[in-house]
Design a protein around this ligand. Structure first.
Ligand SMILES: *Cc1c(COP(=O)(O)O)cnc(C)c1O
Length: 480
């Protein structure tokens, strides 16, 4: 009986039937999101209502409605009015590579558990390294997200730059890294995980445009040294998450070289600009970095979660976690790049390389330029539009596809403006037509948009500005 049940679970015919139906449903969803101007960016429901719905669905819902209901009750990244977090509207073909990976389910830690995807991973990371301007000594691997990749890079940096074997003996003297105050919070978290403590995170203040103030590097470095902190790495953001502003990588590279520091570039969001003829210059200096992170699931149209971590010197990639796990990892003298578990934090990981390879093989390298460049253009144009509108204030003139701004009114003080912008976003969220996010910068509450969808137009963004003003006018009818 039990056997019969599992036969049904694994039935190829059942899979075929359900699969065809699901692909039809998802294609309809995609078509609606891309083409129907009335399609909402999300159907907001408060956490308690969603919890109640899905608890009830498990007991009483119609099983055939499962996938359609999930699709209906969540956030629609493919909607052109989705201008929220930095997650890619996936190129639909990568949903197929994801399905392939999920069915094959190769574990990847060792070559034998992922022959095709391991070799493909080498092809992909070699290609990325060459795009960065690294030479033949470089190597990389794919890992589960920018957060984990940044931690891994800093562990590699510590291994490479310290003479003490901290990995085996722990560290007794104070260690530190340097990073701009605007960097993603995961750098902070990585440093804390590594035991550097608050004092080991040397935060370099940003300039008025939110990029690292290079002129302060030398002074902060010296002060840390005087306190007995041994700095081993410096991190540049490309760009920083909140504002989308790129640090001056060229200047950071020079500083790192002068002091023999590991130079890591957090290009989780905008490292993909290496593919843009027009915007590659924002990454000038990246070729002199020691390691780079690029998220495939942000500006490269891939499903969550796939991140490339690239090393100028492949030996450092291999040394990070030198540790024995005899049952899994045989010791070998040759490089054995194909056993990726030796280099990654994960043991099992998904067959993520096939997304990169599928895009590259199907559409060619040009797809990445064609995706990113117009979105950066649109971010800049949207910034200019906001700047010329007296009802709005721009946090900083955007250089990428991240744009932070807020509604302003000269009769209101900063506290009232913060409150009103919070309310505006909340109301837009509940309405669901647009999805945007928010951020606090220097005491001001901003609305934050990331333009991720290649079909978002200036007209969509104008409509967003109109909707914002309309909300504000309803809240403060006397003032506006
Ligand atoms: C998104 C982002 C991260 C975190 O990456 P995940 O893939 O979400 O873990 C790190 N740094 C920057 C600059 C980012 O934009």
């Amino acid at each position: 009986m039990k056997n019969e049940f599992l036969k049904q679970v694994y039935s190829p015919d059942d899979f075929r039937k359900r699969g065809h139906r699901l692909v039809d449903e998802l294609a309809d969803h995609l078509s609606k999101q891309l083409n129907d101007p009335k399609a909402p960016a999300l159907c907001w429901s408060p956490p308690s209502e969603a919890l109640e719905y899905w608890t009830d669905f498990l007991a009483h819902g119609d099983e055939r409605k499962l996938f359609p209901e999930i699709v209906k009750r969540t956030t629609n990244i493919h909607n052109p009015k989705y201008v929220g977090h930095q997650v890619a509207p996936t190129a639909p073909i990568t949903a197929l590579s994801a399905m392939t990976g999920s069915l094959l389910n190769n574990g990847m830690a060792v070559y034998e558990m992922g022959m095709a995807p391991s070799a493909i991973e080498r092809v992909i990371t070699d290609w990325l390294c060459s795009k960065l301007g690294y030479d033949a000594q470089s190597r990389g691997f794919l890992t589960s997200g920018g957060t984990l990749a940044n931690l891994t890079a800093l562990l590699s940096a510590r291994k490479a730059k310290l003479t003490d074997d901290v990995w085996n003996n722990g560290h007794s003297n104070a260690l530190g890294i340097m990073v701009c105050e605007e960097a993603h919070y995961c750098i902070d978290r990585a440093a804390k995980i590594m035991g550097l403590g608050e004092k080991g995170i040397i935060k370099i203040p940003a300039m008025s445009n939110y990029a690292m103030d290079i002129s302060l590097l030398q002074d902060h470095y010296q002060k840390a040294q005087e306190k007995g902190i041994q700095i081993f790495a410096i991190v540049g953001s490309a760009p920083s998450t909140a504002t989308g502003i790129y640090d001056n990588l060229r200047a950071i590279a020079d500083f790192a070289k002068k002091h023999d520091l590991w130079f890591h570039v957090d290009g989780a969001h905008g490292g993909a600009a290496i593919f843009s003829e027009k915007y590659r210059h924002l990454l000038n200096g990246i070729q002199d970095s020691d390691s780079v992170v690029i998220d495939g699931h942000k500006m490269m149209m891939m499903p969550i979660i796939t991140t490339a971590l690239l090393f100028r010197n492949g030996k450092n990639a291999a040394a990070t976690f030198s540790q024995k796990a005899d049952y899994l990892l045989t010791q070998s003298d040759d490089e054995d790049w194909y056993n990726s578990g030796k280099r990654t934090f994960e043991c099992t990981k998904t067959m993520m390389s096939i997304h990169w390879y599928t895009l590259l093989k199907t559409y060619g390298e040009g797809i990445f330029d064609q995706y990113l460049t117009p979105l950066f253009d649109l971010g800049r144009a949207f910034g200019a539009r906001i700047e010329s509108n007296p009802r709005f204030e721009l946090a900083v003139r955007p250089v990428s596809n991240i744009v932070c701004f807020r509604f302003v009114d000269e009769t209101l003080d900063n506290m009232a403006l913060n409150a009103i912008n919070v309310q505006i976003r909340l109301q837009l969220l509940e309405e669901g037509k647009f999805y945007l996010v928010q951020t606090q910068l220097r005491g001001k509450h901003y609305l934050r948009t990331t333009l991720m969808n290649p079909f978002t137009t200036m007209a969509d963004l104008e409509a967003l500005l109109h909707a914002i003003v309309a909300k504000a006018e309803l809240m403060f009818p006397g003032n506006t």
